[in-house]
Ligand binder design. Structure first.
Ligand code: HEM
Length: 309
């Protein structure tokens, strides 16, 4: 298989087919902006992980909030994916990333299913009939994708990037100083609570309001999110992001992210990759196959967007 036909390249090509090719932009989550933040760990994660940012002193972080579409003109007044990508600055000078979306579970479990899904969506777009026959066929063949599509269908329009929760969806494995391993899933909970706009409020908003809304809100003071980690039971699947773990699993509050204002060097930060496989000692990938696909696909997107494509 050549680089041209590798699965991640096929995935990105099909994503471009779906949302259009917008030179210089990410092939997903195209419109976004970066903000300055500080993460203060609670200390509760220290017995599970040696990761410096989760277990030690406060660290600075950069957060990119985004609209999920690969089309940078996609209105914020429509329901859909919203992203929160966090890059923590570690004491040793390196960085580690944690990326979430406003979904409770992912659409697929495997790279092959993701390619089949984006192909089905592209075929429906090409047909132009609006009957989504290819998506229905995909869901018929992949019923574990149905709950995430139901969640997508129930999404509201967040009033602010600071009034929606974000989940990292994959399981990651924490490793402590004794080498003990604990599978976890992360979620960011907004301290303002979750707030969506009503129909009248949506009608009053500009199409692209979310970045400006957050910037003006921050002029009046910081906003914050608490990071929660759900601790898996050994029986819980870690390879399948379409499956939510039982609700009685214990959860710990890992720390608080305080967002204070826009970064001064937006172009520098816009050009970075926020990559779910960019981890640090004390955190490892699980047996979920999707982060590796994401690592490869994000690199393809990065190469194109930073070479004028
Ligand atoms: C598994 C299949 C997936 C594929 C192929 C995929 C693909 C992509 C691509 C190509 C980008 C643009 C990367 C760049 O140019 O820097 C991107 C960005 C992003 N993706 Fe995914 N993605 C996948 C799954 C997910 C999942 C499960 C999440 C949620 C946790 C997610 C959240 C995001 C976010 C928030 C961004 C924007 C990151 C930023 O602000 O830089 N993606 N994705």
């Amino acid at each position: 298989m050549t680089a041209e036909t590798s699965l991640p390249v096929q995935v990105v090509n099909t994503m471009e087919h779906l949302d259009g090719r917008h030179a210089g932009y990410r092939r997903a989550h195209a419109r976004g902006a970066c903000f300055v933040a500080t993460f203060t760990p609670s200390g509760d994660a220290a017995k599970y992980t040696t990761a410096a940012h989760l277990a030690g002193a406060p660290v600075s972080a950069t957060v990119r909030f985004s609209n999920g579409s690969g089309n940078p003109a996609m209105p914020d007044t429509q329901p859909g994916g919203r992203g929160m990508a966090v890059k923590f600055a570690l004491p040793d000078g390196s960085f580690t990333d944690l990326i979430g979306v406003n979904l409770p579970r992912f659409l697929v479990a495997t790279p092959e299913q993701f390619l089949a899904l984006v192909r089905a969506l592209a075929a429906d777009k090409d047909a132009g009939t609006g009957d989504k026959v290819n998506l229905q066929a995909f869901l018929g063949a992949n019923p574990s994708s149905i709950p995430a599509f139901q969640a997508l269908g129930e999404m509201g329009v967040p009033a602010s990037f600071a009034t929606t929760g974000y989940q990292a969806l994959h399981a990651f494995v924490w490793v402590n100083a004794d080498g003990d391993r604990q599978a976890v899933r992360y979620r960011w909970v907004p301290s303002l609570g979750e707030q969506n706009l009503g129909p009248d409020e949506i009608a009053r908003e500009e199409e692209q309001f979310l970045i400006g809304e957050l910037t003006s809100r921050l002029a009046d003071g910081p906003v914050s999110f608490t990071l929660h980690a759900t601790l898996a039971d050994p029986s819980d699947p870690t390879h399948d992001a379409t499956v939510v773990w039982p609700s009685d699993r214990p959860s710990i509050e890992v720390g608080t992210l305080t967002v204070t204002g826009e970064v001064s060097d937006q172009d520098h930060w816009a050009a970075q990759i926020f990559d779910p496989t960019n981890l640090t000692p004390g955190i490892e990938l699980s047996d979920d196959p999707l982060p590796q696909l994401r690592n490869a696909a994000y690199s393809v997107s990065y190469d194109r967007r930073t070479h004028g494509e």
